[in-house]
Design a protein around this ligand. Structure first.
Ligand code: PRP
Ligand code: URA
Length: 209
């Protein structure tokens, strides 16, 4: 079973408190989503393997640690996942970025695929899927399925707010995927929105409502 890690860092909790507020405007919302994504990425990359390499400082030769050559990819689920990309890239700037376009049908709440463009060698990469919201789990489960069909094996998922329903769906569908969550909320309402949540993440990042 993949790990489910819920962030307990005070900076993450404080910043999530800021984006939940109805009065937080687009500019601050977008900026804070990026900051939270960076902090979650810091935790989500804790398990990356290191190797020893010999280098020379201005004083002498010594051994230092270096990431063990595994290439990485970040895959945002469009649209709202885009808001997390820059924050993650600040920590892993050499990562390639793939895009998966899915939207939730407002009636059925089922994900509808409309775009998929991934790095050609994504199957060899350590993949970090990002989406601020894990609600029913339909979108994330489908996105990860698409990645597996392209041969990806080492997949991690990062979200900012999750509902218990979404966590359960992810664990059932993809028990091999580690899930990193900024905050675990209470439940979903009748429209599939997370309670207390933060509303529609895509609309709040892009100012479309
Ligand atoms: C939101 C969110 C997730 C999805 C979560 O996207 O960004 O992708 O809903 O819900 P689920 O877990 O029930 O699938 P939305 O469909 O609103 O599209 P958008 O990002 O384009 O606004
Ligand atoms: N998508 C969102 O943007 N917010 C929710 O609460 C649920 C799905």
């Amino acid at each position: 079973m993949g790990n489910v890690v819920i962030m307990d860092h005070p900076l993450i909790q404080h910043k999530i408190g800021l984006i939940r507020r109805v009065g937080t405007g687009t500019k601050d919302f977008r900026q804070t989503i990026g900051e939270i994504a960076m902090l979650i990425c810091f935790e989500a990359t804790r398990g990356l393997e290191l190797t020893d390499v010999e280098i020379e400082t201005p004083i002498c030769k010594t051994k230092v640690k270096e990431l063990k050559g595994r290439k990485m990819a970040i895959v945002p689920i469009l649209r709202a996942g885009l808001g997390m990309v820059d924050g993650v890239l600040q920590l892993i700037p050499a990562a390639k970025v793939g895009h998966i376009g899915l939207y939730r049908d407002p009636e059925t709440l089922k994900p509808v695929e409309y775009y998929c463009k991934l790095p050609a060698d994504c199957a060899e990469r350590e993949v970090f899927v990002v989406d601020p919201m894990l609600a029913t789990g339909g979108s994330s489960v489908a996105a990860i399925q698409m990645l597996k069909e392209k041969g990806c094996k080492r997949i991690h998922f990062m979200c900012i707010i999750a509902a218990p329903e979404g966590v359960k769906a992810m664990q059932e569908a993809h028990p091999d995927v580690d899930v990193y969550i900024g905050a675990l909320d209470d439940h979903l309402n009748d429209h599939g929105y997370i309670v207390p949540g933060l509303g529609d993440a895509g609309d709040r990042i892009f100012g479309t409502k």
